[in-house]
Design a protein around this ligand. Structure first.
Ligand code: RB5
Length: 155
């Protein structure tokens, strides 16, 4: 029986506002070269758009299991990560370095990585994305903490 290459079964959703378009293009190129299946959710224009619209669309796609992880980019990464984190099922981490990319997976089971297209270099973003996609959640004591993120009203 031929084995399906693991990465071909893994779809990565990616979206940005106008402040993240250049970085999104570069990251899609990297993902395609690494043979990930990419769900490009826009924007694909340089005109000004509202980052919550893109964060919400991508978040819904993850919740509906249309992709296994997401990448969100706006100018700073701040607005788009705040918007995605409005959904309890989404754990979006705004990341600036390799250690953060590793820890957001190991400790927080982040399912979305967010970048600032105007604040982070493309090479660092590539490095962080690669780590984010290839690092497993550690579970154990982190399991309980991540479970508590689902409903703050129960705590
Ligand atoms: C858009 O100008 C900018 O505000 C947006 O990309 C982002 O940085 C918001 O957090």
């Amino acid at each position: 029986m031929p084995q399906i290459p693991v990465k071909s079964a893994k779809k990565v959703a990616i979206a940005c506002d106008h402040g993240g378009l250049e970085m999104k293009v570069a990251l899609i190129d990297m993902l395609a070269k690494d043979r990930y299946d990419v769900l490009d959710m826009g924007t694909n224009k340089t005109e000004s758009v509202d980052y919550p619209d893109y964060a919400y669309e991508l978040s819904r796609a993850l919740i509906e299991e249309k992709a296994f992880r997401g990448v969100l980019i706006c100018g700073s990464g701040i607005g788009i990560s705040i918007a995605a984190n409005r959904f309890p099922q989404i754990r979006a981490a705004l990341i600036h370095d390799a250690l953060g990319a590793k820890l957001c997976r190991e400790h927080n089971n982040a399912n979305v990585i967010a970048f600032g297209g105007r604040t982070l270099g493309i090479e660092t973003a590539r490095d962080c994305l690669n780590i984010f996609l290839n690092t497993d959640f550690k579970g154990g004591r982190h399991e309980r903490r991540v479970a508590k993120l689902l409903n703050p009203h129960l705590m």
